[in-house]
Design a protein around this ligand. Structure first.
Ligand code: NAD
Length: 438
């Protein structure tokens, strides 16, 4: 079986490599020549645990190929996945220009029946737009080649993407063509040897499922942050409350950790996009609007605490920041809370020394650039810093040497944006600990 995956980002590269891993011939396509050349030379464009080995192994075996030539890639492919970006447009709606450009190109270059499956997160009705773009391109050529569209939203998590793809909880496929359904079933068979994990449905429902899933997860986070902020005001401990409510299986223990807000390439843009879809249909998603508002405010919570401790003017102060990526085990800095926190500290006159196990290169290139200095390790960040800020909970930050930190820092104060440190223990060591809701 041969397939094409268009877009070699977090989703496309992981999907392509994992399909190759189970024996499928995969051609990964990207418009970014540099990325494609890098991949051919074993250079990964992103950090994702386990990905490099899977890519290298399958590239060496010839099952995984990389090209910028979509026309050639789709020849003989039974499925073409669209896995390109869908960034937020100016009004918050998902920008479909990359998705539709790929659909147009497929229609222009296909020479046989193909299933065009959208893996990018796309709003309801995109399936029809993709179908329209392919149809229009075929008509231009005077061709009546048959094809099918499908919606196959991706649920992998950055930081555990390979694992998630290889062992999915569920595979959602929206399809309205029997032949396409059979092809998709065959394609995904190797990923569900322990039971049927495919949920077939109509295309609009599949498209909506992805947004509803991300919106629900974002809601849990903002809900808990709201409760944590109130805990702090009334003298309750949000960690205890989290354990108390999480033990109810109807609520569950996941995604109820108070923190500095969600970031990343998915939740912020997908919550915005579903709100926008609601508006387009005359429906106001009030809960999700609040989820977004709470999250926007939450990114400033740590800075408020810093200003309460040190005063509004932070001139002459230096802060060590541990963790820049939006969550651990990824180099992704899109919408990372660290960006807001760093910008606010600098605006108040402070200096910032950042350290992240993986994301420093990404930070330097794109997001924070030369606004901050970068430390060679976690302890180096704390040399002569006035306080330590824990922003992303990488494992290596979990049990630091407080003895060493006490000597490096000018003041023994920790702003713990993920509640990973024990306030009581730190206070016994002479540290002042600020957490979220505790
Ligand atoms: P990304 O920005 O990492 O990668 C997108 C890739 O598409 C880039 O390499 C870009 O060069 C390429 N591209 C753009 N236009 C192209 C074209 N015309 N032809 C070929 N390649 C083209 O994006 P991502 O994080 O992988 O996300 C892709 C989609 O998947 C988005 O819709 C996103 O919402 C969704 N998604 C992302 C995640 C995640 O964790 N990142 C999870 C689930 C779903």
């Amino acid at each position: 079986m041969k397939i094409t995956v268009v877009g070699t980002g977090y989703v496309g590269l992981v999907s392509g490599a994992c399909f190759a891993e189970v024996g499928i011939n995969v051609v990964c396509v990207d418009v970014d020549q540099k990325k494609i050349e890098g991949l051919k030379n074993g250079i990964m464009p992103i950090y994702e645990p386990g990905l490099e080995e899977v890519v290298k192994r399958n590239y060496a075996s010839g099952r995984l190929q990389f090209t910028t030539d979509l026309g050639e890639a789709i020849q003989g492919s039974e499925v073409a996945f669209i896995a390109v970006g869908t960034p937020p447009g100016e009004d918050g709606s998902a920008d479909l220009k990359y998705v539709l450009a790929v659909a147009d190109e497929i229609g222009t270059k296909m020479s046989d029946y193909i299933v065009v499956a959208t893996k990018s997160t796309v709003p309801v009705t995109t399936g029809e737009k993709v179908r329209g773009a392919i149809q229009a391109a075929l008509s231009k050529r005077g061709s009546e080649l048959p094809f099918a569209v499908a919606s196959n939203p991706e649920f992998l998590k950055e930081g555990a993407a390979v694992e998630d793809f290889m062992k999915p909880d569920r595979i959602v496929i929206g399809v309205d063509d029997e032949r396409a359904e059979k092809i998709m079933k065959r394609l995904y068979k190797p990923f569900q040897l322990n039971g049927d994990r495919i949920i077939f449905m109509d295309i609009p429902s599949a498209e909506m499922t992805k947004y509803a899933a991300n919106a629900m997860l974002a809601t849990k986070i903002s809900f808990m942050n709201d409760i944590a902020n109130l805990c702090e005001l009334v003298g309750a401990n949000a960690n205890m409350v989290r354990k108390g409510i999480g033990s109810d299986p109807r609520i569950g223990t996941k995604f109820i950790y108070p923190g500095v807000g969600y970031g990343g390439s998915c939740f912020p843009k997908d919550v915005k996009a579903i709100i926008k879809t609601g508006k387009q249909y005359g429906y106001e998603l009030k809960v999700l609007q609040s989820v977004e508002d709470v999250n926007d405010a939450q990114k400033y919570v740590l800075v408020h605490k810093i200003k309460q401790h040190f005063g509004e003017d932070l001139t002459g102060k230096t802060f060590a920041i541990w963790g820049l990526s939006f969550k651990p085990n990824t180099d992704d800095m899109r919408e990372a809370p660290a960006i807001v926190i760093i910008d606010e500290l600098i605006a108040a006159g402070a200096k910032v020394k950042g350290y992240d196990p993986i994301a420093m290169e990404e930070a330097q290139h794109i997001y924070i650039g030369d606004k901050i200095t970068y430390a060679k390790d976690a302890y180096d960040a704390c040399v002569d810093a006035d306080a330590l800020l824990l922003v992303t909970e990488w494992s290596e930050f979990r049990i630091p040497s407080w003895d060493a930190l006490g000597k490096l820092l000018n003041e023994k104060v920790v702003f713990d944006g993920r509640n990973i440190y024990d306030k009581k223990y730190l206070s016994e060591l002479g540290f002042v600990h600020y957490g979220i809701g505790i």
